[in-house]
Design a binder for this molecule. Structure first.
Ligand SMILES: Cc1cc2nc3c(=O)[nH]c(=O)nc-3n(C[C@H](O)[C@H](O)[C@H](O)COP(=O)(O)OP(=O)(O)OC[C@H]3O[C@@H](n4cnc5c(N)ncnc54)[C@H](O)[C@@H]3O)c2cc1C
Length: 404
């Protein structure tokens, strides 16, 4: 909880996505108020599915929203499978039903992004989110006080600014310089398939990854099993649109996966109009903060989605940032320095391994691919990724103060 001796700073969170709402919720838990400024006029059901791994589930429990989340999510029981592109040969199969809780104390779930947003919003005080507020500029007065300008002509002069405004972050532009995100050469096709139209293998409570030359495809059920989330990564050619709403045709989607296991054709055909957008890329930053302003989530550390950790890292950032501000309410710049020192090494590592995974998942058939496939049987991915799923912000904070 915030130090009762020091006055609580006025905190503006720019961006009401998963990271921004999680930050407001964790600040509330620490006894600190914040205002979220979100550009969208209303919360729309955009995006698609997410894997919510034990490190994020632990924090939803801490916020008191896990029960609500579980009503909307799918508990991955059958597991986590890697399959060969051509014929579905199982390269690795993990039974998550028991292993996750035994190893990490929490389970792995899948969810619709809108459901995760909704449960996080329920942990934010009424009136804590202002919609239709697009930040266009962040500057600092002579004394260092931040001035936020909005597209509607309004301004705010809070004590602390948290830039949770995604990969094209305006706040990042001020703090780290304006450089557009680079185009990765890959695009993602996404679709939500109504369960009654999806083949039975895709309705199982499993996250299945089909990996092949230059491409991979992932599916799992979401929304309490009513929908199957389908996401596939392929070379993008000149397609450089990055948006939650750009679309492709089923024929374009099918053409990318021609010659793959025929069961996938059935699933792709059921996809309706898939979304498609280019995956963007940014190198890790060495610093996230300037005075009393900082970054969080994709604004700070966008990553390829190949470890399914972008949202989880935004929620972890939120937990650590809220505690740092609560521990040092009289010195926000100091609190933000502590926050970034705790978070940058971990998120940089995740950015790097997520990047590397695009090469590993997309190896052409040959000796390297055979060595990769053989390695699946040697290294259990759930155990190998223990540094990701076992992380607890409270432990990291306690270690930083020598109280653990
Ligand atoms: C294909 C794909 C699959 C993924 N799968 C997973 C997964 O399985 N698990 C996982 O953990 N993560 C996954 N991710 C990553 C995850 O979606 C992101 O990391 C996460 O959404 C980041 O949250 P954020 O709040 O930082 O940013 P965003 O979700 O981008 O939210 C930013 C918010 O800020 C608002 N905003 C933007 N600019 C402004 C402005 N100027 N002023 C005010 N508001 C503004 C936006 O409207 C938005 O609401 C995936 C990503 C992709 C692309």
């Amino acid at each position: 909880m915030a130090d009762a001796g020091a006055e609580s700073p006025r905190i503006a969170i720019l961006g009401g996505g998963i990271g921004g709402l999680a930050a407001a919720a964790f600040l509330r838990r620490e006894g600190m108020a914040a205002t979220v400024y979100e550009q969208a006029p209303e919360l729309k059901e955009v995006g698609a599915g997410l894997v919510v791994a034990p490190n994020a589930v632990r924090l939803l429990r801490r916020l008191g929203v896990l029960e609500d989340f579980l009503r909307r999510a799918v508990r991955l029981g059958t597991g986590w499978e890697f399959r060969r592109w051509q014929n579905g040969t199982v390269l690795s199969a993990e039974d998550l039903a028991s292993a996750c809780e035994r190893l990490y104390g929490e389970h792995t779930y899948t969810a619709h992004r809108a459901d995760l947003l909704e449960v996080l919003r329920s942990a934010v005080p009424d009136g804590g989110v202002r919609r239709g507020k697009r930040c266009v500029d962040l500057t600092f007065r002579d004394g260092g006080r931040p001035v936020v300008r909005f597209a509607d002509g309004g301004t705010a002069e809070p004590d602390v600014v948290i830039g949770a405004d995604g990969i094209h972050s305006v706040v990042r532009g001020t703090i780290a310089g304006c450089s557009p995100a680079a185009y990765s050469g890959l695009c993602a096709f996404r679709a939500l398939v109504p369960s009654e139209r999806a083949p039975a293998f895709a309705r199982r409570e499993a996250q299945t990854l089909w990996i092949g030359p230059g491409r991979h495809l992932v599916h799992y059920p979401v929304s309490a099993g009513r929908l199957v989330n389908l996401v596939a990564f392929a070379p993008a050619g000149d397609e450089a649109v990055e948006s939650w709403t750009a679309t492709a045709t089923v024929e374009e989607f099918l053409a990318e996966f021609e010659g793959w296991d025929p069961r996938l054709t059935e699933l792709i055909r059921a996809a309706g109009t898939p979304g498609r957008w280019a995956l963007l890329d940014r190198a890790p930053l060495r610093s996230w903060s300037q005075g009393p302003a900082t970054l969080l989530g994709d604004a700070a550390h966008p990553m390829f989605p190949f470890f399914a950790q972008g949202a989880a890292q935004a929620v972890e950032d939120a937990a650590v940032l809220a505690r740092c501000l609560a521990d040092g309410p009289g010195d926000p710049p100091g609190a933000l320095r502590r926050y970034e020192a705790l978070r940058i090494p971990r998120t940089t590592r995740l950015q790097e391994v997520s990047h590397a995974r695009s090469f590993v998942n997309h190896l052409p058939d040959g000796p390297e691919q055979r060595a990769r496939d053989a390695s699946f049987t040697d290294a259990d991915p759930l155990v190998a990724n223990g540094w990701i799923y076992g992380y607890d912000p409270d432990d990291a904070l306690a270690e930083s103060t020598g109280t653990r």
